[in-house]
Design a protein around this ligand. Sequence first.
Ligand SMILES: Nc1ncnc2c1ncn2[C@@H]1O[C@H](COP(=O)(O)OP(=O)(O)OP(=O)(O)O)[C@@H](O)[C@H]1O
Length: 223
Amino acid sequence: MSEPASLFQFHDASLGYAGQPVLEALNLNVRQGDKIALLGESGTGKSTLLRRLRELRPDEVAWCPQQPGLVPVLSTFHNIYMGRLAGNPFWYNLANLVKPLAGPKKEITGLASRLGLSGQLWQPAGALSGGQQSRVSLGRALYQQKPVFIGDEPVSALDERQAADLLTLVCERHQTVVLALHNVEQALTHCTRIVGLRRGRLVLDAPSRDLTPAQLRALYTSS
Ligand SMILES: Nc1ncnc2c1ncn2[C@@H]1O[C@H](COP(=O)(O)OP(=O)(O)OP(=O)(O)O)[C@@H](O)[C@H]1O
């Protein structure tokens, strides 16, 4: 059987800002079909790496940022709809803003129900709880329907059951997934490969089946 295609490749790469490296000597190959959890303590460069992945293949990536970045005066429906804004003509977007058309209405109503947001569909995003807002943000990324999902702590504001349910949904609906997570159990349950960062270096890249929670927690120890 042939190897899955490579989507993102880094060879001894350095990633950072304005000439200041955050990640150095990075070697990483993300293949089609990978379900990767990116772990590491705060400030070690997870978001930096995810942003670069998104920049490399903007048309193929559904992006779920760390901060939901919703438009507070617009409804849940409209914020989810924004996931496909760029792919539709102006008149179509305007029509949906004023009076949602049957197609998007049906699709987004179904998605909102799956996200537990049926009761909030027409409420302004600014009136939602933090967890509800992060589900809207997830909905907006899912609505993009891209082959690759990149999420920066997409379920950190959710309770355990909701987080598990929505990580399952994300993995089912995308061929390739890369998620920054802080919960090692979630990482091992939902992802097939774990990439660990520590102090700006990639220090772990292994199949989930070969790892234990204790090994992953070591990424967060101070020594
Ligand atoms: N836009 C930026 N300009 C300059 N430096 C930045 C920028 N974004 C992040 N950094 C710096 O890069 C380093 C890594 O940040 P990054 O957000 O990638 O970490 P992280 O692992 O995602 O952290 P967290 O788990 O807290 O989200 C930090 O020192 C941060 O200050």
